[in-house]
Design a binder for this molecule. Structure first.
Ligand SMILES: [Zn+2]
Ligand SMILES: [Zn+2]
Length: 269
């Protein structure tokens, strides 16, 4: 079974991504309520109790809201940085267990290898993830203020990349948020803009990448078509490469294969 993933929810209403490879299933973030998470897993055909691990990128509610109740209810261990454990107060709550991830070093989770990569964001010790199986990798980064060099390097060999494209700079500037919140979002520890993503796609996307998923779009300061156009323009400028672009929002996506079928396989249909 090859590496595939499915976004269960994305954006300020709650983030979670299911990743599956070689019979091992893990969740990246648990930002929906525990019951909602279980329902979405079941509708994807996955038994919540069969998850190998729930990994947390950071402690903000839209990424960790359902984690402790889900862990308790289904007996699934949590994992993340030491800082996330402390900031989410997980030491004071009953959970099935917590595995501390050392940023930069790969860890085996069943058939999968997971690497946590530190990212710049206003949380205790936030991380992005690279999940690998059978020579194939998914890079997964939400909530980051800028694309740091270590993250760009970690994503360079990924076959699929899920990246936040949080806001359009003009819509944020002219939008309804108070200036203090605008400053926070715009800061190097805030969120990525469509322009940040476009610059990454044009200059730093690795040649192995076949699939891009744009995630964590603001509902007030962005629009899926605006984000898509910025990314498509960047990919076109980069050359005539055939990169699949998918958008995701509060309702998530269907299953996405990290590597697309080869031309030979496509001809079978
Ligand atoms: Zn978030
Ligand atoms: Zn955050």
């Amino acid at each position: 079974m090859s590496l595939r993933f499915r976004v269960l929810g994305s954006g300020s209403s709650g983030n979670a991504t299911l990743v599956e490879g070689g019979g091992t299933r893990i969740l990246l973030d648990a930002g929906l309520g525990a019951r909602e998470l279980a329902e979405r897993l079941e509708s994807a055909g996955v038994d919540p109790a069969a998850l190998a691990l729930v990994l947390l990128s950071h402690e903000h509610g839209d990424h960790a809201r359902g984690a402790s109740a889900f862990s308790r209810r289904w007996g699934v261990r949590l994992a993340g940085s030491r800082g996330t454990y402390a900031a989410a107060g997980l030491g004071a709550i009953e959970i099935a267990g917590y595995d501390v991830l050392t940023p930069g070093s790969a860890r085996r989770v069943g058939a999968l290898a997971v690497t946590a990569v530190p990212v710049p964001h206003d949380a205790a010790a936030p991380v992005a993830f690279v999940v690998s199986f059978d020579g194939c990798s998914l890079g997964h980064a939400t909530d980051l203020g800028h694309l740091s060099r270590p993250l760009v390097e970690a994503f360079r060999s990924c076959n699929a990349v899920l990246l936040e494209s949080n806001y359009d700079a003009g819509m944020l500037r002219d939008g309804p948020y108070p200036w203090s919140l605008k400053e926070r979002i715009l800061s190097p520890l805030g969120h990525l803009s469509n322009g940040d993503v476009a610059r990454f796609l044009q200059a730093d996307l690795g040649d192995a990448c076949e699939t891009i998923v744009l995630a964590h779009l603001s509902q007030k300061n962005n629009h899926p078509e605006v984000a898509r156009m910025a990314a498509e323009t960047a990919l076109r400028r980069r050359g005539d490469r055939d990169v699949r672009l998918t958008m995701t929002g509060p309702d998530g996506t269907g299953w996405i294969d990290v590597r697309r079928p080869t031309d030979g396989q496509l001809r079978l249909f």
